[in-house]
Design a protein around this ligand. Structure first.
Ligand code: GRF
Length: 206
């Protein structure tokens, strides 16, 4: 068992980070959030960090619109290192993460996606799922690799699609499961119970 020093990257509300902070406070996750970095200056995730006394900062992603690269990526890596981060948690981070960050934290960058990968990668996954007419959706915590939402799957949870579901209602139900799944995946990582071979992940018994 090791204590994870988490660096959280997020662009939005930060409800997943909140679930991680809550799991830590409740003694359910041996970790600390060492820093929070956002590419959106007024993102609620930064406000949540402030309320919890966690160092948080906005790092300008310019000149890129959809990826973290170049000087912006170097600043993010430097900030994570300065805070002694050993595990990077993407929590609603709306950018494609490139090789530089992945090489700086090999097999230690995690993401959460609001669908049962490999179905519905990319943006607005719950809307894609609803439009497609699937009966079951869910969420996936995975290691990040060079692709988009393609890395080895650590934890998945399912959610039923209900009659009359709206995109917002479905996303809210998926998020309830996300808030269990992310702390669970991090608990397994902290306990060294994940064996990754290629893209297959074995969960070792406790
Ligand atoms: C989540 O639905 C997550 O799956 C997706 O972005 C959303 C972030 O929500 N990647 P929050 O900022 O954690 O509330």
């Amino acid at each position: 068992m090791s204590i994870l020093r988490l660096g959280v990257l997020g662009s939005g509300s930060g409800s997943n980070m909140q679930s991680i902070l809550d799991a830590i406070s409740a003694g359910r996750l041996p970790a600390m959030v060492a820093c929070v970095i956002s590419d959106v200056p007024d993102a609620r995730i930064l406000e949540r960090a402030r309320l919890h006394g966690v160092p948080g900062c906005y790092l300008d992603p310019a000149p890129f619109k959809t990826k973290l690269d170049g000087e912006a990526e170097r600043r993010v890596i430097e900030t994570l290192r300065r805070h002694g981060v050993n595990t990077v948690v993407l929590a609603g981070y709306m950018r494609i993460v490139k090789g530089g960050l992945l090489r700086a934290f090999p097999q230690r960058v995690l993401n959460i996606h609001p669908a049962l990968l490999p179905a519905f990668p990319g943006l607005h996954a719950w809307e894609q799922a609803l439009a497609y007419g699937v009966k079951v959706v869910g969420c996936t915590v995975h290691l990040v690799d060079e692709g988009t939402d393609t890395g080895p799957i650590l934890v998945q949870r399912t959610v039923p699609v209900l009659p009359g579901d709206t995109p917002a209602a479905l996303h809210a139900r998926i998020q309830e499961q996300e808030h269990e799944a992310y702390p669970e995946a991090l608990r397994l990582l902290a306990a060294d119970r994940l064996r990754v071979t290629g893209r297959r992940v074995e969960i070792l018994p406790a």
